[in-house]
Ligand binder design. Structure first.
Ligand code: ZN
Length: 119
C-alpha cells in the first residue's frame, strides 16, 4: 500500500469502493461493493467511542471518505448524535463511532476510509 495513496487500492477505475465495507469492531456490513464514491474532503470527526460514553472533545482531521448519496444505500448504519447540521454515523450493531457523518442539508453521507474495514 502506497503511503501517499492508500485509497488507490480500495477504489476501482470509476472511483467506487472495490470491496465491501465493514465495521472494524464487529462483522456488521456497512456498504456493498461499488455503492460509494471516493471523495477528498477535509472534515474533523470526534475520536471513536461507544455510544453512551458522551462526545469526545478531541477531534481527528480526516480527508479520505466514501461518499454515499442516499441513506438507503447503506446495508447497516446507525446514527449517534446530531450537532448543528451534522448527524454522526456509527455502526448499527456495536454502536461504535463515529465512522462518518451525514449532512442534514445535502442529505449526503460520508464514511471515513480509516474508520472502516475493507474486505
Ligand atoms: Zn460494529
Amino acid at each position: 500500500m502506497s503511503e501517499e495513496n492508500p485509497e488507490s487500492l480500495l477504489k476501482n477505475d470509476a472511483g467506487k469502493n472495490k470491496d465491501k465495507v465493514f465495521c472494524t469492531f464487529c462483522p456488521s456490513k456497512v456498504l456493498n461493493q461499488g455503492s460509494a464514491t471516493f471523495v477528498n474532503i477535509q472534515f474533523s470527526l470526534p475520536y471513536m467511542q461507544r455510544k453512551g460514553d458522551g462526545q469526545a472533545d478531541e477531534r481527528e482531521s480526516i480527508s479520505d471518505y466514501w461518499l454515499v448519496e442516499d441513506m438507503y444505500t447503506f446495508e447497516n448504519i446507525g446514527v449517534s448524535n446530531t450537532v448543528e447540521n451534522v448527524k454522526y454515523l456509527a455502526c448499527a450493531d456495536c454502536e461504535r463511532g463515529p465512522i462518518g457523518w451525514h449532512d442534514l442539508k445535502t442529505k449526503k453521507s460520508y464514511i471515513a476510509l480509516s474508520r472502516v474495514k475493507h474486505a
